[in-house]
Design a binder for this molecule. Structure first.
Ligand code: 5FU
Length: 273
């Protein structure tokens, strides 16, 4: 049975993971299932965007390795704005190496991801060991953010010719079921409603995060493929991720509000169905 027709507050109350509980509650409070993909290359640009759009989003998604002046100011600023506007932070890092390397990339290192990102994602090309490696860090008694960190698996990609399909996607579901740190998937939406192996038990409730959302574009030259907020949410997406559709628009606050409304209306329609 799909969980996608249940309201977020019901899913929050029954979810096993504190990060998923918090995220559902934020979404419900702010009436937003919108994630901004803030692909900025400088700290000021990133923080300005977080401050301006913070009120309308549930999650702020980053690629901090593209920020040329990343440092203390970025980390402190992000954490402060997340608290101010009540959003979570998702670093779209797509960890893909062997477990011990990923542990070092996640915790410490140049980007200090474990310090500030509530959510990170993993590309389990090398199998489930990489998820176990992150779980080891997150569940360690000395880790200061023990119940405040979660993992998504990159089960599908939006790009034309993606290899993350079929058996690969299925295997991601198997890996997720083995791990207490995984709260869901980055996927195109349908995973939440059409996959017969997903969310089959009362305890299981994986969240679907969907990139490649844009109301006006159908694609661009580098293979990106888009769907509208309505199509994504109707198809089973719990959180829609919008980048250029918002941050390159003339008035990004108004555009963000519009995506927020569209995403939320589609969610309300889905739970009423
Ligand atoms: F895993 C994926 C994927 O399959 N497609 C994506 O587009 C991630 N992304 C990210 O979402 C990508 O790295 C960008 O950060 C963002 C999409 O940005 P856009 O401007 O909305 O196309």
């Amino acid at each position: 049975a799909s969980k996608s027709t249940l309201p977020y507050h019901i899913r929050a109350a029954s979810h096993q993971h504190p990060v998923a509980q918090k995220l559902f509650r934020i979404a419900e409070q702010k009436k937003s299932n919108l994630i901004i993909s803030a692909d900025f290359s400088d700290t000021d640009g990133l923080l300005n965007c977080a401050d301006e759009l913070g009120p309308y989003i549930a999650v702020f998604k980053t690629h901090v390795d593209i920020i040329h002046d990343f440092g203390e100011k970025t980390v402190v600023g992000l954490k402060k704005l997340a608290a101010k506007h009540n959003f979570m932070i998702f670093e779209d890092r797509k960890f893909v190496d062997i477990g011990s390397t990923v542990q070092k990339q996640y915790h410490g290192g140049a980007l200090r991801i474990s310090e500030w990102a509530d959510i990170v994602n993993v590309s389990p090309l090398g199998g489930g060991g990489v998820v176990e490696a992150l779980e080891q860090v997150i569940s360690n008694e000395t880790f200061p953010y023990r119940d405040e960190r979660a993992v998504l698996l990159l089960a599908e990609m939006t790009t034309a010719g993606s290899l993350a399909t079929g058996q690969y996607t299925q295997k991601c579901i198997d890996i997720a079921k083995q791990s207490s740190a995984v709260i869901g998937f980055v996927a195109t939406g349908g995973l939440g409603t059409v996959n017969p192996d997903l969310n089959t038990s009362a305890q299981e409730d994986f969240l679907i995060f969907t990139t490649g959302v844009n109301s006006c574009q159908s694609g661009n030259i580098l293979g990106q493929q888009y769907q509208t907020p309505e199509a994504a949410v109707k198809g089973g997406s719990d959180f829609i991720i919008v980048g250029r559709g918002i941050y390159t628009s003339e008035n990004r606050v108004e555009t963000a509000k519009q995506y927020q409304r569209e995403g939320w209306n589609a969610y309300e329609a889905r739970i009423a169905s």
